[in-house]
Design a protein around this ligand. Structure first.
Ligand SMILES: [Zn+2]
Length: 302
């Protein structure tokens, strides 16, 4: 859950101006009916989409978005708005799911004038599902908006891309992310921690909320001890084996940043090694303690 941060609801501060420009175009009847929000994971694309949908359905919208108090806004908040559709799935999105969702858009809006369909992970659509969506993107039913989200834009069919207005959302400024994170709870968030999660503020927040006991600083202190020969690799690997994927991700981000700053080829090699280890960590049944031992041994050798 993202706590409230602005008067317009739960919109993240770095999304405010983007939302305003989209709402202005909506009010001027010049907003494209098919929007594709893309950008890195953990920057709040879904947050923007949710607030935009609320604004499109609101009975008295302004350039700031939804009013928050009309019948439509109340129904959206309650999760019972009949013209507000979200197509979520943990698995691939098949053609049947898309057809069912499109079917719901064919009737007249029941509350206001508009209907919206959100596909939060558009890259999960199969090719057949994408093709089924194309017709609606080409010839949408009246007063219908489709919002697609992806962090893997290259996984979408070119035909889908060409029929949507593409909004590539940038990573928020680190200073803005840090000040927002500081307002979210009793967390100690440093620039290093933010960087460890690729500068994506919602990834940091999720990690802190999921397991506040995992401390990035504790890990980096231990890593420094190990790199200087003051800690045993096997013991260190055993300690972090329960969070192997996260630890590998931290190492990957760390060396990526080192390379960006100093352009040393050894850092780039380490970064690439981390990518390889991240893939290996996904294999079912892999011995995580052994995997981390191998990774740390390689990092030390260079
Ligand atoms: Zn409203």
């Amino acid at each position: 859950m993202i706590p409230s941060t602005t008067a317009s609801g739960t919109l993240l501060p770095w999304m405010v101006s983007i939302q305003q420009s989209l709402m202005q175009r909506f009010l001027q009847h010049s907003l494209h009916h098919g929007l594709l929000l893309s950008g890195p994971q953990g920057i709040g694309k879904r947050n923007l989409a949710d607030e935009l949908m609320k604004g499109l359905l609101c009975l008295q919208p302004s350039s700031d978005g939804a009013c928050g108090s009309c019948q439509s806004c109340k129904l959206v908040s309650a999760g019972t708005h009949p013209d507000h559709h979200v197509l979520e799935s943990d698995k691939q999105l098949g053609v049947d799911a898309i057809r069912t969702a499109i079917g719901k858009l064919n009737s007249t809006a029941q509350i206001g004038r508009h209907k919206v369909l959100l596909i939060p992970v558009a890259d999960k659509m199969t090719e057949a599902a994408s093709n089924a969506l194309l017709k609606t993107l080409e010839e949408p039913t009246d007063n219908t908006y489709l919002i697609l989200i992806t962090c893997k834009i290259t996984s979408l069919l070119p035909t889908i891309l060409s029929r949507c207005e593409k909004l590539n959302l940038p990573m928020p400024d680190p200073e803005q992310s840090l000040s927002w994170l500081a307002s979210q709870g009793d967390f100690e968030v440093t620039g290093a921690l933010l960087l460890a999660y690729g500068n994506a503020p919602l990834r940091v927040l999720k990690a802190l909320q999921d397991d506040a006991s995992i401390s990035y600083r504790e890990f980096t202190d231990g890593l420094a001890d190990m790199l200087s020969g003051n800690a045993d690799i096997t013991t260190f690997a055993g300690k972090w084996q329960g969070n192997a994927e996260l630890v590998i991700d931290w190492c990957q981000q760390y060396y990526h940043d080192q390379y960006r700053q100093q352009l040393r080829s050894s850092d780039f090699e380490r970064y690439q090694q981390c990518i390889g280890f991240a893939k290996r960590a996904q294999h079912p049944g892999i011995n995580k303690s052994l995997l981390l031992t191998q990774l740390f041994s390689q990092l030390i050798q260079q």
